[in-house]
Structures are given as C-alpha cells and as structure tokens.
Design a protein around this ligand. Structure first.
Ligand code: NDP
Length: 307
C-alpha cells in the first residue's frame, strides 16, 4: 500500500512530489495522458520566476520531474481510470487495470482547454492557434490577432493581447458578452479591439503553409461569409477540468472542478492542486504553489494517522 499517490504530472503534481519526496514519503506519481501537462504545449515560458531568459515549457517540467526523482518520487506511466474514495485505503484503478491502494491522494489532473473542433484549427495548434494568451501573446508583436469567445477569459485575453498585437478582433457567437460588465466595457472601449458579433470561425487559413494567415467567418444570423487576416487565433471558450475518474467520489462544482478548502477536498485524505481546482488563475506558478499546499496538508494528515 502507498502512503500517497499523486494523479497528474504538471507543475502542481510535480511540486507536490518534490515536497513529499523530500519528506521521505516516497510518493507515487501517475503521470496521466499528457505527462508534464499543459506546459508541454507551450514553447517558451517567460513568466515562471527564476528564468530571466525564459524557459521551454517541456524543459521546465522535465526539470521539476528530475528534482522529484532525485528525492525518491516514483513515476507510473499510466492514467487514473477510476477511483473509490468510499473505502480506506483509497483505491485507484489505472488505465490497463492495475490497482493502487493508498492512504492519501492528491488530484492534480489539470484541465484541458476547449477547442472549436475544426480540422484546420487542430492542424495549426502551436503554429498560430493557441488557447493561452498569457503564454503565447508576446510572440504576436505588431501583427493582427483574433480571440474567439465571449466570457471573462476571452475579454481578459483580448485586452492582454492589445499590449502586443497591432489589432485584436474578438469573435463571439452571440450579440452579447458573457463576461462581467466591467470587463465587457473595458473590452469594447479599447481602440485596438474590433468586435465580430454573431460570428463563428469556419476555417483557420494558412495560405503560407503551416502558419496562420487568416480566418473564414460565418455570420450565424445572415449566413454571410467573411474573411479576416490575422496571424494568431486565441481560443478562449472555456476549459474542462479533468475530473472524469473522480466523479461521484468527492464534491465537484457545477462546472466539474474539485471543490477545495485550501487544498482539502470534501473527502478527508484526498487533496487537490492546480487547474483541476482553479478556473481563475490557471498559471504554472499558481499550480506549483497549490501543489506545495497539497503536499503540506498531506504530510500533516499522514502525521495525524501516525504514518
Ligand atoms: P465562460 O464559460 O465564462 O465563457 C466561455 C465563452 O466561450 C462564452 O462566451 C461562450 O459563448 C463561448 N463558447 C463556448 N463554447 C463555444 C464554441 N464551441 N464556439 C464559440 N464560442 C463558444 O468561460 P471562461 O473561460 O471565459 O471563464 C471561466 C470562468 O472563470 C468564468 O466563471 C469566469 O467568470 C471566470 N473568470 C473570472 C475572471 C475574473 O473575475 N477576473 C477572469 C477569468 C475568468 P456563450 O456566451 O454564447 O455561451
């Protein structure tokens, strides 16, 4: 039986692993379907403290992993398929059928950005199509970009992008924003922003093969097709927390995120960290911070069990 199993190997899971390995608790990390998490989809990370010259996202998580391994963390290349938190020890069934029994669990399975589901969009991911303005915005200096979505994240992303881009077109499928009034007002009054209401992206164009050059849009009211030239498309239509394997086992909010108090979940002995419990900040550094919190809580809980 394990003392602690960490599900997920992004900055939250790996930071928890570093702390727990240093505390001699020999954590097991189930790496998940995308080892390293969302950071591995970013090339340069310029806002993680400690790297004045920026760091490659994949390199950053690889270093975190090495750091955890150095202190004795163990890694399993699989993902959690289902869980049972109604029994003690807890049970985690992995993809492929293996089962882990453990005193404590840290859920750090992250969230996945929602995409539009267009073939052209998938083809150009990382080549002008991004779901993270904070990560990639600075690469689009003095060129036009577009943001799709009408929520707070779309508004925030579009405003952030105005710092770099020559112009920002916000494409929204309705004629009213979902974003809070203050964000909506700021967005609409920004000189660099043009709104395309009642519009959806039909195709991401790449006339210069392999790089976004524009978008084909459809007005959902009139059916009219139009084209705009942009070099970047930021998709901001929400995220899905990766909580499928834990459904029914602990409290989730209505969007499916783990409900936490600090790092504690509704089940004693089960903790959560990173984007799986945070739909607001969603940064590598905040994920790492919450991974540390979950590890400290886990240590305390195991101590209370006399482990
Ligand atoms: P939201 O769910 O609030 O907004 C998603 C947006 O994407 C909506 O406008 C929606 O359109 C649109 N959308 C969804 N699916 C599609 C699709 N397939 N095609 C086109 N458009 C689509 O998600 P956010 O990520 O913006 O925000 C998540 C949460 O985080 C919210 O609760 C938000 O308020 C909060 N947040 C708060 C901040 C703050 O307070 N400063 C900052 C950032 C986030 P439609 O409106 O038609 O449904």
């Amino acid at each position: 039986m394990e003392k602690v199993v960490i599900a997920g190997s992004g900055p939250a899971g790996l930071t928890a692993a570093i702390y727990l390995a240093r505390a001699d608790l020999s954590p097991v990390v189930v790496e998940g379907i995308q080892p390293g998490g969302q950071l591995t989809t970013t090339s340069e990370v310029e806002n993680y403290p400690g790297f004045a010259e920026s760091v490659d996202g994949t390199v950053l998580v690889q270093e975190m992993r090495r750091q955890a391994e150095r202190f004795g963390a163990r890694f399993i290349q699989s993902e959690v398929a289902s869980s049972d938190f109604g029994v003690r020890p807890f049970k985690l069934v992995l993809d492929g059928g293996a089962m882990l029994e453990t005193r404590t669990v840290i859920i750090a399975t992250g969230a996945s950005a929602r995409y539009l589901g267009l073939e052209s969009e998938q083809k150009l991911r990382g080549k002008g199509v991004s779901a993270c303005a904070t990560c990639d915005g600075a690469f689009f200096r003095n060129v036009p970009v577009a943001v799709v979505g009408g929520g707070d994240v779309a508004a925030e992303d579009a405003l952030f992008l105005t710092r770099y881009a020559s112009a920002v077109t916000v494409i929204h499928r309705r004629d009213a924003l979902r974003a809070s009034k203050i964000m909506a007002d700021r967005l609409i009054s920004n000189e660099k922003v043009t709104m395309k209401w009642n519009s959806v992206v039909e195709e991401v164009r790449d006339v210069a093969e392999g790089k976004v050059t524009g978008l084909r849009l459809r007005d959902v009211k009139t059916g009219q097709i139009s084209e705009i030239d942009v070099e970047g498309l930021f998709v901001a239509i929400g995220h899905e927390p990766n909580t499928g394997p834990f459904q029914g086992q602990l409290e989730l909010d209505k969007a499916g995120y783990v409900v936490v108090s600090g790092a504690r979940t509704s089940v004693e002995g089960v903790f959560a960290a990173g984007d799986v419990q945070d739909h607001v900040y969603r940064q590598a550094v905040t994920a790492a911070g919450s991974g540390c919190m979950a590890a400290l809580e886990t240590e305390r809980y195991l101590e209370s069990l006399g482990e």
